[in-house]
Write a protein that binds this ligand. Structure first.
Ligand code: NAD
Length: 363
């Protein structure tokens, strides 16, 4: 049985005609005039779209907020008034597939709970649009692979919203790894968490892709992966909660140890019960510290040779959006493509496997 949205999509597809969908993305049409700015449609107008992405899209040079997709008519009216979005660029979850026929929209940015990412990325790709998708990419490796395959089949690009990879302070950490400035990595401590006071939210629901591991845990994991420049080969993990009345279905806290091929080891922690945000890397001949390591503004730190890591950044999301759009326009590599999201979800799956078995898991 096909999911309801998919069935509606197939109906729309047959009505609209497959030919229209194939040429749905103006960037893909050889005859299309070159655009100075790409049109972005945000799907899901919750906290991140409202407080971070829409304001950032007022600062971007390579893209602008062209459309919205929402299940809440009242939000559509508010956003229409605030951002002057024309009616023809406003969709709901049912008529979303008609976006294929809208030349104003070049990129669909999926900002929904993680369990909905696969459906909307696939529908956007089938509509011929490039896709940006928020982290965590999806709840499973199978979902991530299906999303990548749909984008490949439709010849559109897929970027994951790993804003930190666009931050020069995080890029400085990656550079130390690449150049082996202090020799090999020996030990890493990486933490990402915040106290979430909410008591009824998708982050506490398994069916919507909740749990701290996908939400904040990917920042702790990325800290370790980016600081080594390697993929972990083994993990052992423990999940826990101090508020079982709220975290009934998913973990509030996850602690996990990673082994890397070079022999580097990382101790990572993530929680919805504790404010923490730091990375410490000990190398053969020095160290590096970042605190915070995954904030929107002001990631900063220092190294054992006295170097400060404190690059200014005006707006992380605007930089991410502009750099990703420039990559689409110039047909160059994306900083964090779908494959990068998949790398994290492979580890996340192994972490849950380890929690269930109580054993270390090879990745
Ligand atoms: P949110 O709960 O504030 O918003 C979710 C949106 O999805 C809302 O507009 C809601 O109406 C809509 N929605 C549709 N169907 C829903 C359903 N069945 N249940 C719940 N909501 C439903 O969440 P958010 O914090 O905006 O997170 C959205 C995505 O953005 C997630 O993937 C999250 O991890 C990601 N995010 C990323 C960052 C970052 O720094 N990159 C920061 C925050 C959130």
């Amino acid at each position: 049985m096909l999911p309801i949205e998919r069935r509606k999509f197939l109906t729309t597809l047959s009505l609209a005609g497959a030919a229209t969908l194939v040429s749905g993305n103006p960037l893909l049409a050889a005859t299309a005039p070159k655009k100075d700015k790409l049109g972005i449609a945000l799907v899901g107008l919750g906290y991140y779209s409202t407080d971070l992405l829409a304001p950032a899209l007022q600062m971007t040079e390579k893209c602008y907020l062209a459309g919205i997709v929402t299940g809440t008519p009242a939000k559509a009216q508010q956003w229409k008034a605030k951002y002057k979005i024309p009616d023809k660029n406003i969709y709901n979850y049912q008529n979303f597939d008609q976006i294929a026929n809208n030349p104003d929209i070049d990129v669909v940015y999926v900002v929904l709970p993680p369990s909905m990412h696969r459906e909307f990325v696939v529908r956007a790709a089938n509509a011929g649009k490039h896709v940006f998708c928020e982290k965590p990419m999806a709840p499973s490796v199978a979902d991530c692979e299906a999303m990548i395959a749909a984008c490949q089949k439709n010849k559109v690009k897929l970027a994951i919203g790993y804003r930190c990879q666009h931050d020069p302070n995080i890029q400085a950490v990656m550079k130390v790894a690449k150049e082996q400035k202090f020799g090999k990595v020996k030990m890493i401590t990486s933490a990402a968490g915040y106290f979430d006071a909410r008591t009824d939210h998708w982050k506490q629901k398994k069916a919507l892709g909740g749990g701290v591991m996908g939400d904040m845990g990917v920042y702790a994991l990325q800290g370790a992966r980016l600081a080594t420049g390697e993929e972990p080969i083994r993990v052992i993990a423990q999940a826990s909660t101090t508020r079982p009345e709220i975290y009934k279905e998913v973990e509030e806290t996850m602690m996990f140890l990673l082994d890397f091929p070079s022999g580097a080891r990382a101790a990572c922690q993530t929680s919805f019960g504790i404010n923490m945000n730091h990375l410490q890397v000990n190398y053969e001949k020095g160290w590096l510290k970042l605190e915070p390591q995954s904030s929107y503004l002001g990631n900063k730190g220092s190294m054992s040779d006295g170097t400060n890591i404190d690059f200014p950044i005006k707006n992380q999301q605007a930089k991410q959006l502009d750099e990703d759009c420039l990559a689409l326009m110039n047909q160059t590599d994306l900083i964090a493509p779908g494959e990068e999201g998949l790398r994290d979800i492979r580890v996340v799956e192994a972490i849950y496997q380890s929690v269930r078995s109580g054993q270390s898991v090879k990745i």
